[in-house]
Write a new protein. Structure first.
Length: 480
């Protein structure tokens, strides 16, 4: 079953259950409310009965004239009815009053215990004078007061159920109305559930459609919803995923094109020199062999860097973590490259604390990171320039900065400087010997150590590379 059907049935079922519970509750309350209404209406007649009993007691002086005498009791009730009629507001009549012989009798309820049969009269000691029920069996009592003194009580035993024809007809009408009202509410509920289910499933269907288009390679598909709920958040996440995949696909295509271009250049040089030797244009001497060897070495280095970058991207590059003194590593790398830097006419300066700067990392990869950045400055910094490497530490992190002199990098290229095959403008080109992969590998190494790397215009006029690495205290001392 589709999600639309499940939502529709779930909402209708939940609404129907709630509606049935409400209908049953209202049905019970209608019956109980009717009984309460009857009891309350009959309780309103108690003051008139109490007043009639007070008159009877004032005339007789005691309850003995009423005790066990139904005829006297009927006279008291008749007098109470007269008192009720006297207290009722007068209503105009358009027809002549009926004679006593033709007076309409009060309705007789076959299954309804009469009002007078549920009354009881009790003396001041609450002993029964007349009636079927004891004082404690009555639910409502009215005191009989004569000359400011309570001389007795009249009590009413309330109904527990009403089963007369009139009552059943009334309740039946109420229940029929409740039934039809429940059906109308159920129909409204079904229509509302259908509209809600459609409103909820439409964006989900759109998300599924976008997912299918993305699976077929169309990464430009978007959900583009304005909803602010969980479904809207899911749609925005799907759009973000599509955008990321679109960028990744464009990057992959650009990477493939750049890799093909980078591989084609040394191959074209090799092919051209070999053809020149074959055609006799160039002699097969030591100089030609050295040139061929240089191009083959460059091609091998490029292929190795491509392989290493691919291993980093798929997580196959191995890391052996341990305690590393980064200050000692920087000194060793600069010392090993000092001769090459001097040949390039560069002055080198290391600003680092004398104490060890220790972190948890792979010493081989951290050395590769430093060598790549040093070599990057050697290749692209003008002769007579400077390279300054600074290292400092805080409580929980280490800052490493490589700052070289001119030429600089255009600001527009700085955000993409760590992408594969991106070089820093016309001043930093392939003619200087770089493959454009060194900084991309550096970013992978830094991220593998939980750090961040960024590029910015340097204080010396060139490029500044800032690296922040998490600092972990050594547990086994400074590594040798």
């Amino acid at each position: 079953m589709k999600l639309y059907g499940k939502l529709l049935l779930s909402m209708i079922a939940a609404g129907a259950i709630a509606l049935i519970a409400l209908a049953l509750t209202l049905n019970w309350r209608i019956g109980q409310g009717f009984i309460d209404f009857v009891n309350a209406s009959e309780a309103e007649r108690l003051p008139a009965v109490a007043a009639s009993l007070a008159e009877h007691y004032a005339e007789a002086g005691n309850w003995e004239t009423l005790r066990g005498r139904p005829r006297a009791w009927r006279e008291v009730l008749a007098r109470a009815r007269q008192l009720e009629d006297e207290t009722q507001p007068a209503t105009p009549r358009t027809d002549p009053p009926a004679s006593p012989a033709r007076a309409a009798p009060r309705p007789v309820h076959e299954h309804w215990t009469p009002y007078w049969a549920r009354l009881g009269v009790f003396d001041s000691e609450r002993q029964t004078v007349i009636g079927r029920h004891d004082f404690i069996q009555t639910h409502r009592q009215e005191s009989v007061v004569v000359a400011g003194e309570t001389v007795g009580w009249v009590g009413l035993h309330e109904l527990r159920e009403v089963r007369s024809h009139i009552a059943e007809s009334f309740l039946r009408g109420q229940r029929v109305g409740l039934f039809w009202a429940s059906l109308a509410m159920l129909a409204i509920l079904a229509i509302s559930a259908a509209l809600l289910a459609r409103a909820w499933t439409r964006p989900i269907q759109r998300i599924a459609e976008v997912a299918r288009r993305m699976a077929s390679g169309d990464f430009a598909a978007r959900v583009a919803t304005q909803r602010r709920d969980e479904i809207g958040r899911l749609a925005r996440d799907m759009d973000f995923l599509a955008h990321s995949l679109e960028e990744a696909d464009a990057s992959r295509k650009r990477w493939m094109a750049d890799a093909a271009h980078e591989l084609r250049t040394p191959l074209a040089v090799l092919k051209g020199e070999l053809e020149a030797i074959q055609d006799g244009i160039r002699p097969m001497d030591a100089e030609s062999l050295a040139s061929l060897h240089a191009e083959a070495a460059h091609l091998g280095d490029l292929i190795e860097e491509l392989r290493e970058l691919a291993q980093v991207d798929i997580g196959a590059l191995d890391y052996r973590m341990g305690d590393v003194d980064l200050a000692a590593t920087m000194r060793e790398c600069l010392d090993s490259h000092r001769g090459r830097l001097a040949q390039a006419g560069l002055e080198v300066e290391l600003v680092a604390p004398d104490a060890p700067v220790v972190l948890r990392g792979d010493p081989r990869r951290l050395r590769q990171l430093a060598e790549n950045l040093i070599e990057n400055s050697r290749r692209y910094t003008n002769s007579g320039g400077r390279l300054q490497v600074s290292l400092d530490q805080e409580r929980d992190r280490i800052h490493l900065r490589f700052d070289d002199s001119e030429p600089g990098v255009p600001a527009a290229l700085l955000p993409r400087l760590f992408d594969p095959f991106v070089r820093g403008g016309s001043a930093r080109t392939r003619a200087d010997g770089g493959s454009g992969l060194g900084l991309a590998i550096c970013r992978r190494i830094v991220e593998a150590h939980g750090g961040r790397i960024s590029a910015s215009p340097g204080a010396l006029g060139g490029l500044a590379i800032d690296i922040t690495l998490p600092r972990t205290p050594a547990s086994h001392g400074v590594p040798a």
